[in-house]
Design a binder for this molecule. Structure first.
Ligand SMILES: Cc1cc2nc3c(=O)[nH]c(=O)nc-3n(C[C@H](O)[C@H](O)[C@H](O)COP(=O)(O)O)c2cc1C
Length: 200
C-alpha cells in the first residue's frame, strides 16, 4: 500500500511531549508536541516542528525559553485540554488542572508528574512560510530517579512514556515495550571505541 499525504503520519510512533512556556506578560502555556527529535548525541540540542499559529511559538520567540516535559501514559487525559485552541490570556495550567514544577535555569516552569524535564533556551529558528523548526539548547535535563535503572537507562515499564500513532481519523495513544536486545554504541565503530563518549 502506498501512503499519500495525510495517511503518512501514523507510520512513525511519536512521543507525546508537553511544551511549557510563559508569555512576556507572564501567562503560563502548555501544548502537546509530537514532531520532536534530539539533534544527535549527547542530546545537547533538541528540535521540534511548530505550525506558525501557536502561542508556544510566539512565547518562545518573545522569551527564548521553553521546557519539554515528558509524560507517562497517565497524562493521556491532559492531551486534549492542552491541545484545544485557547486565548493567549488563558493560563493553561489552571485550564488543565496541572501543577507547575519550577525550573532551575529558566523562568518557564515545567509540569509536575511528568517523568523528565528539559529546560531549553532557543538556539535557532528555521522559519518557513507556515511552520518553523525550533532548535533548543538543553540547559538542564532532570529525570525522576524511579524511571532509571542502575545504568541510567530508562526503564520503559517504570516510565510508560506517552506516545502516539496517527490514523486518518485521529491519534491512537500507546507506549513502548522492550525487546531485551542491547548493543553498546561502540559496536558501530571498527576500533570498538565510541568516539562520542571517548571525547566527553
Ligand atoms: C498529540 C498531539 C501532538 C501535537 N504535535 C504538534 C506538533 O508537533 N507541532 C505542532 O505545531 N502542533 C502539534 N499539536 C497541536 C498543538 O498542540 C495545538 O495546536 C495546541 O493548541 C497549540 O497550543 P498553543 O497555541 O498554546 O501553542 C499536537 C497536538 C496533539 C494532540
Amino acid at each position: 500500500m502506498i501512503l499519500k499525504p495525510f495517511m503518512r503520519e501514523g507510520i512513525m510512533p511519536l512521543p507525546v511531549s508537553f511544551i511549557s512556556t510563559i508569555s512576556k506578560e507572564g501567562i503560563r502555556n502548555i501544548a502537546p508536541y509530537s514532531c520532536i527529535m534530539p539533534v544527535l548525541r549527547p542530546l545537547d540540542l533538541i528540535c521540534f516542528a511548530s505550525a506558525e499559529k501557536r502561542d508556544t511559538l510566539i512565547n518562545i520567540r518573545e522569551t527564548g525559553e521553553f521546557v519539554i516535559n515528558l509524560p507517562g501514559i497517565d497524562f493521556e487525559e491532559k492531551v486534549i485540554p492542552t491541545a484545544k485552541m485557547s486565548a493567549p490570556e488563558i493560563d493553561e495550567y489552571e485550564l488543565a488542572h496541572l501543577e507547575e514544577k519550577p525550573s532551575q535555569t529558566i523562568k518557564a516552569p515545567g509540569i509536575q508528574g511528568c517523568y523528565a524535564w528539559m529546560e531549553c533556551r532557543l538556539e535557532k529558528e528555521f522559519k518557513e512560510a507556515n511552520y518553523s523548526l525550533v532548535m533548543g539548547k538543553v540547559l538542564r535535563l532532570e529525570v525522576k530517579d524511579e524511571v532509571l535503572d542502575d545504568n541510567h537507562h530508562l526503564n520503559p515499564f517504570a516510565a510508560n512514556p506517552l506516545m502516539m500513532t496517527g490514523s486518518q481519523k485521529g491519534m491512537h495513544f500507546c507506549t513502548i515495550r522492550e525487546t531485551n536486545g542491547f548493543e553498546p554504541f561502540a559496536a558501530m565503530f571498527p576500533t570498538g571505541v565510541d568516539p562520542v563518549t571517548a571525547s566527553a
